[in-house]
Design a protein around this ligand. Structure first.
Ligand code: ADP
Ligand code: MG
Length: 246
């Protein structure tokens, strides 16, 4: 479902991704772990093309785009690929002046041009899925962090993306509230949602991820099945890093 090949990304003179490969099969759940500044967020943003790779190939579902320095980017192809993805951020990033249900409807109305009643029905269905149908008319500021993140997940899923990308989805939450977000993501994983998540949350990674990629200084240090990486990592650096997670 996701196939990244030889992704390089520089910001000006600063190389941030130095040739990263990533394969996530349909229904696969991959956790990106690694120290801050290692390039996890940048890699996620190169999957949905919020950042355009300097070079390399990005494939999501049926969409495939090759990036080469100096080559012109086909904006239509970028928009098309982007639509295959949904993204959840550390700080929820809900629209503060819209109710929960309006947040979930937003992309359906503005991007997909759905009629209002259809978008509303879909949004309520998704809020129900994350356990928040009763909060449909609540303002984001009246919701807990865990509830806000669940609304953000519903919003990301509304246009039926092929993959869900999560950037530190529980990092802004205390353990109790992060538990409810982990539960929602676990349910999505069980239903076969293809996901890539950057996380420092060992519980999230251990409970949900099928595969783990350890990214440091823009390179994959080690990648493999979650059980193998957590129980029997082959690189000393991986052992050391995992011991710092809580
Ligand atoms: P992580 O998510 O693993 O903490 P990031 O992908 O956020 O890592 O950052 C990797 C490196 O890229 C850092 O050195 C960061 O400062 C740099 N970086 C990220 N985004 C930008 C940007 N828009 N402009 C310049 N440098 C950036
Ligand atoms: Mg990050």
């Amino acid at each position: 479902m996701i196939n990244l090949t030889a992704i390089e990304k520089s910001f000006g003179d600063l190389p941030v991704l130095k040739g990263v490969d990533l394969v996530v099969p349909r229904g696969g759940v991959t956790a990106l772990i690694g120290p801050s500044g290692g390039g996890k967020s940048t890699l996620l943003r190169c999957i949905n093309l919020l950042e355009l790779p300097t070079s390399g190939t990005v494939e999501v579902g049926e969409c495939r785009i090759e990036f080469r320095p100096g080559r012109k980017v086909n904006q239509k192809a970028v928009r098309e690929l982007r639509r295959q993805t949904g993204m959840v951020f550390q700080n929820f990033q809900l629209f503060p002046h819209q109710t929960a249900v309006a947040n979930v409807m937003e992309g359906l109305l503005t991007v997909l041009k759905w009629p209002k009643d259809r978008a509303h029905a879909r949004a309520i269905e998704l809020l129900d899925k994350v356990g928040l149908a009763h909060k449909a008319d609540a303002w984001p500021s009246s919701l807990s962090g865990g509830q806000q993140q669940r609304v953000a997940i519903a919003r990301a899923l509304a246009p039926e993306p092929k993959v869900l990308l999560c950037d530190e989805p529980t990092s802004a939450l205390d353990p109790e509230l992060s538990g409810e977000v982990v539960a929602v993501l676990a349910q999505l994983a069980e239903e076969g949602t293809t996901m890539v998540m950057a996380t420092h949350d060992l519980r999230l990674a251990r409970q949900i991820a099928h595969d783990v990629v350890f990214l440091e200084a823009g390179k994959v240090v080690e990648a493999g099945q979650a059980s193998q990486i957590f129980e029997k990592p082959s690189q000393a650096r991986t052992v050391q890093f995992i011991s710092t997670l809580t």
